[in-house]
Design a protein around this ligand. Structure first.
Ligand SMILES: CC(C)(COP(=O)(O)OP(=O)(O)OC[C@H]1O[C@@H](n2cnc3c(N)ncnc32)[C@H](O)[C@@H]1OP(=O)(O)O)[C@@H](O)C(=O)NCCC(=O)NCCS
Length: 141
C-alpha cells in the first residue's frame, strides 16, 4: 500500500500517535493530551504507510488570515524520505495563505527554512514553563 496523507481523526489510535511523537523524538505526551491537541486543531495531517501511522502534524488557524503549525513528526526509520515536507505541504494546502507561524526545535531550523519559512526578529512567547524553553535553547534570556 502506498503512502497516504489524510486528516480523518476518527480512526486514529492516540496512544500510537503519542508513541510516534515520542520516537520522532518530540517529547513525551499522554494520549489524552495528544487527542485534545489534534482534535482541537483547525487542520491535521496523518501519514500512514501500509496502514501504519508513521507521521503527523497539525495547525491552528482563524480560517481567514493567521495560522500556526505544531507537532510535525516522522518516525526515525522513515525520516529523510520527503514525508515531513509532504506533511507541512498538506497542512499549508488547508490553511489561509497569508501568515503561518511555527516554532522550530533548535535542530530542525534548516528543515523549515528549506520549506520557505523565514526567521522572525520580533517573535515573543509566554509559556507556563519558560525556564525549560530557556534551558532547551529557544530563548536567549
Ligand atoms: C523534522 C522532521 C519532521 C523532518 O521530516 P523528514 O521526513 O525527515 O524530512 P524530509 O525528508 O521531508 O526533508 C525535506 C527536506 O528538508 C531537509 N531536512 C530535513 N531535516 C533537516 C534538518 N534537520 N536540517 C537540514 N535539512 C533537513 C531534507 O534533506 C530535505 O531536503 P531536500 O528537499 O533538499 O531533499 C523529522 O526529522 C522529525 O520528525 N524530527 C523529530 C521531531 C521534530 O523535531 N519535529 C519538528 C518539530 S518543530
Amino acid at each position: 500500500m502506498p503512502l497516504k496523507y489524510h486528516s480523518d481523526a476518527s480512526a486514529i489510535d492516540w496512544t500510537k500517535l503519542a508513541d510516534v511523537i515520542e520516537r520522532a523524538p518530540l517529547g513525551k505526551r499522554d494520549a489524552l493530551t495528544v487527542q485534545r491537541s489534534f482534535t482541537g486543531s483547525f487542520a491535521c495531517c496523518f501519514a500512514e504507510k501500509d496502514g501504519e501511522l508513521i507521521g503527523a502534524g497539525r495547525a491552528i488557524s482563524d480560517g481567514a488570515t493567521n495560522s500556526a503549525i505544531f507537532d510535525v513528526v516522522v518516525v526515525p526509520e522513515h525520516q529523510g524520505q520527503g514525508i515531513g515536507k509532504s506533511i507541512v505541504d498538506y497542512l499549508l494546502s488547508h490553511l489561509p495563505e497569508r501568515s503561518v507561524l511555527l516554532v522550530s526545535v533548535p535542530r530542525q531550523e534548516a528543515f523549515y527554512r528549506k520549506l520557505g519559512f523565514r526567521k522572525l526578529k520580533t517573535a515573543y512567547l509566554r509559556h507556563s514553563d519558560i525556564d525549560r524553553w530557556i534551558r532547551d535553547g529557544y530563548i536567549e534570556n
